[in-house]
Every structure is written in C-alpha cells, then in structure tokens.
Design a protein around this ligand. Structure first.
Ligand code: KG4
Ligand code: ZN
Length: 331
C-alpha cells in the first residue's frame, strides 16, 4: 500500500510517499527555518500561514517524485500532535479534504511515534522489546517498544528537552535557530576542557534533566564577554559531550534493568554526531544492535509519518471525520 504522509507540527512543511515494507518513494521538506531565524524561535502564527501556502505544492511534488497519482494511493497519514495547534490544524484539514475527495482512508499519527518509525523506513516495522530514546526540540523520552504501537514509558525529562537546551545555549552564543546543527559543526574541532560542564543529573532513576547544564553553559558564556573562537568551540564540544553522556548513561542503565532486544534512537537530536557515535559505542559494549535513522530522517519529515501511518492503516485503523488535533499528545 502506498501512503501519503503529511507533517506540519512545527516549522517544516513536509509530504512523502512510503510503500510496502517501508520503501521510501519520495520525501519533500519545505523548511521555514530561515523565516523564523530572526525571531530566535518558531512564531506559531507565521508557521500556520506558511503551511497554508506551501502544503499543497509540497504534496504535489511528493506525488510527482514518487511517480504516483491519487488513484495509486492506498491512504493518507497526517500528524495529529503534539505540536503547534494552528500548524497541526492546517495539515489535518488538508488531509481530511484530500481523503474525502479521493475516497481514501486516513489516519492521525502521533509525531513522536512518527519519529520512532523513521527507524522503520526500509523495513516497515519496529523490532519488538527494543529500548527507544526519542530526543527532539520538545521531548526527551526513554521507552520500551513492547511491540509496534504499544509502548511503556521508562523515563522522560523533568525540565528542558535536550534539543531545547542546545537551542537556548546556541542562541546565547549568537548561532541562530535551530542551534543544534550549528553547535554540532562548531564543536567538531573544539576542546571540551576549555569549558568544563557538569554531567546532568546523575541520579533520578531513568528520568533526565537538562536545565542545570543549560544554566551552567549560559553562566560560562556570561563569564567570557568577548569569547575567543576556541572557547566557543570548546563550549559547543563540552555541552554535546555532557548531554550525550547523560542520554547514553540512562540508555545503558535501562538496558541493564529491562534486557531489551536492541536500541532505537530517534528525534531531531538523533542527528547529532556526538550522540550517534557515543550511543553506537555503548550499544557495542552492551552487545545490542542499534538502529539510528539517517540524519535527514531524524529531524522533522513526512516519511516517518507515512511509515507509521502505513503500519496503522494496514492494521485496519481509520481516522474519523471528527478527528481533532492535540497540542499535548503523549505516546
Ligand atoms: O524532531 P525535531 O526536528 O523537532 C521536534 O519535534 O522538536 O527536533 C528539533 C531539534 C532542535 O532542538 C534542533 O536544534 C535539534 O533537534 N537538532 C540537533 C541537530 N539537528 C537538529 N541537535 C544537535 N545536533 C544536531 N545535528
Ligand atoms: Zn519532531
């Protein structure tokens, strides 16, 4: 079954076509990052208006690149939440209208489950009993995938998400928005010992906390009013190292406690080179297989929504015409 995925939860207008076995036929992303950059973050009203302008053209290109017409599709999957309500509503209303006109089934997808399903592209499914770490701009969740579509949450952040901490420190460093990718590049040649930071929350079971390390990084920055480039590179390296250590440390603890079949990484911060490397090393130490999506499928995209939707549609799930969007939609 070929499924059209639609993603408009934040500042990427995206459409994709995914087929049987999670085969990726097309994935189009129109990023609004340049539009929001001058405000240092996403302006919800602007995001909605731009989704409205760009979504149909983006869908058009996704279908053309996939070489598929409406009659060749088996269904539509759309992000239902969590995210910005106005932005989500544009995607939902568009998906319903298209489903209605073309007489296709549609299904609403949880954006976080969508991130997990970036790991199903190429296979169509997620491994059962896998330990999953979802790290994005708004979430840091550790969970057990009991089976596809059934999850047990093991831990989550008690304050800032990891991506949020990266974005806030990057903004104070004058690196623009979103800050994660810039910090990643800047830190590559950096010496972390030039800006030592504490490892975030060592206790607290399987929960996370990143506001303390964010504040420590902001203080270190304030103590260097005219920072040398080496200091900034060192701070970027140091921040990524301690955040990755905290994330990987929890994964290792959860693996010892829950004996998973493997490890899944997902969410925008999964594009981070330090985290990818350190999680790979830890998985090898634990003797567990690890799945990490290619970097362009870690950040927001519609292929992951289509992959998740395809799995749900195949199980017979159908969205109703009354389906609403949900800003806070736990998995
Ligand atoms: O999943 P995502 O695209 O959107 C949300 O659902 O939140 O995640 C966006 C987050 C932002 O905080 C961004 O700075 C971060 O992912 N990010 C990165 C990298 N690429 C994106 N953080 C660190 N290193 C990266 N390479
Ligand atoms: Zn996301």
């Amino acid at each position: 079954m070929l499924v059209l995925g639609i993603e408009t939860s934040c500042d990427e207008t995206a459409a994709a076509v995914v087929g049987a076995g999670g085969h990726l036929h097309s994935s189009i992303i129109a990023s609004q990052a340049a539009l929001h950059e001058r405000y240092g973050g996403v302006v919800p009203e602007l995001a909605s208006r731009h989704h409205l302008e760009r979504l149909l053209p983006v869908i058009d290109v996704a279908l053309r690149e996939a070489g598929v017409t409406w009659s060749g599709l088996g269904g539509i999957a759309v992000t239902r939440g969590p995210g910005l309500v106005g932005a989500l509503a544009v995607g939902m209303a568009t998906a319903k209208a298209l489903a209605f006109v073309h007489e296709l089934p549609f299904v609403g997808v949880n954006h976080l489950e969508g991130h997990l399903f970036a790991n199903a592209i190429g296979s169509g499914t997620l491994p059962a009993r896998a330990l999953a770490l979802i790290v994005s701009g708004a979430h840091t969740d550790l969970m057990l995938v009991e089976e596809p579509h059934r999850y047990t949450v093991l831990g989550r952040t008690r304050d800032d998400a990891a991506g949020e901490a990266f974005d806030k420190v990057a903004r104070a460093m004058g690196l623009g928005y979103p800050g994660g990718p810039v910090l990643d590049r800047l830190g590559q040649g950096g010496d972390p010992s030039l800006a030592p930071l504490p490892i975030p929350m060592q206790d607290g079971g399987l929960d996370f906390s990143f506001s303390g390390v964010k504040t420590a990084a902001l203080r270190a920055l304030a103590a260097h009013p005219d920072p040398a480039p080496e200091f900034l590179a060192g701070l970027a390296a140091s921040l990524q190292r301690v955040v990755a250590d905290a994330l990987v440390g929890r994964v290792a603890r959860a693996a010892r406690e829950h004996h998973p079949s493997g490890i899944l990484l997902a969410g925008g911060v999964a594009a981070n080179s330090v985290l990818r490397r350190r999680l790979g090393e830890e998985a090898a130490r634990l003797g567990l297989p690890v799945l990490i999506p290619p970097a362009d499928l870690c950040t927001d995209n519609a292929a992951m929504i289509a992959a998740c939707g395809a799995s749900r549609l195949t199980r017979g799930e159908r969205g109703s015409w009354a389906l609403d969007v949900v800003s806070d939609f736990p998995l």
